[in-house]
Ligand binder design. Structure first.
Ligand SMILES: [Zn+2]
Length: 222
């Protein structure tokens, strides 16, 4: 039985929001981490630590790796990428010809978040502000694993890391202007790599309606 659509089938070529829909556990951990932040603010460190630990659900690592993992180690990745032929593809530029800065300025980053909220513009999962993560890491080093290697990182915090995706890839001349940036979770951003929206069959995330949400990226901790 083949659970993936065959290459060039209608399903394979259909436009989509993201490479792979988040697994249900992603919504569970967002809820748990919201609870952890509230407990922390209420002075209940024990409850916060328990919720943080509970959000470190191993199966999330599989979801992450299926998007950004090495394709030899995670061959199912090709079924999510679904690369298609595109004419007039913007060419990949040599390093010296790319926009120098790889990341947006703080000011632009803040404006992008203001426009889109603390959600991945592709798959929609909640993102976590890095300063808020650092704060929780300091308070709960036992519960919030954050080692050097990915295997030693808390999977929910790793998946929900607030990155910025260059809609036109940086490697293809994409700049750091607000028009070219959207907030993205780490798996969507890394999975997209240097492919264009057209190559991946992705709907332009800038054209989607931003839904109202209570999720604040845990900035209430700051
Ligand atoms: Zn995402």
């Amino acid at each position: 039985m083949n659970e993936y659509p065959s290459p060039n089938s209608e399903e394979y070529l259909a436009l989509r929001s993201c490479l792979r829909e988040p697994i249900t556990e992603m919504y569970e951990v967002q809820h748990l981490l919201g609870e952890a932040a509230d407990a922390h603010l209420a002075g209940d460190g024990k409850k916060a630590a328990i919720a943080i630990k509970a959000a470190d659900i191993p199966i999330i690592r599989d979801w992450i790796e299926s998007l950004w993992g090495d394709k030899n180690k995670y061959p199912e990745k090709v079924h999510f990428l679904r690369i298609r032929e595109v004419s007039n593809l913007q060419p990949s530029l040599p390093k010296g010809k790319r926009v120098k800065a790889r990341q947006p300025s703080k000011q632009v980053a803040a404006m992008v978040i203001e426009n889109f909220g603390w959600h991945c513009a592709y798959c929609g999962i909640g993102l976590i502000n890095r300063a808020a993560r650092r704060q929780l890491l300091e308070a709960y080093p036992e519960a919030l694993r954050w080692g050097r290697k990915n295997d030693d990182k808390h999977v929910a915090f790793m998946a929900m890391d607030n990155e910025f995706d260059h809609v036109t890839p940086h490697s293809r001349g994409g700049n750091n202007n607000i028009e070219n940036l959207v907030p993205s979770c780490a798996p969507c951003n890394c999975g997209k790599e240097n492919w264009t929206l057209e190559q991946l069959g992705l709907i332009d995330p800038r054209k989607k309606t931003v839904m109202p949400s209570d999720w604040d990226g845990l900035v209430r901790l700051l």
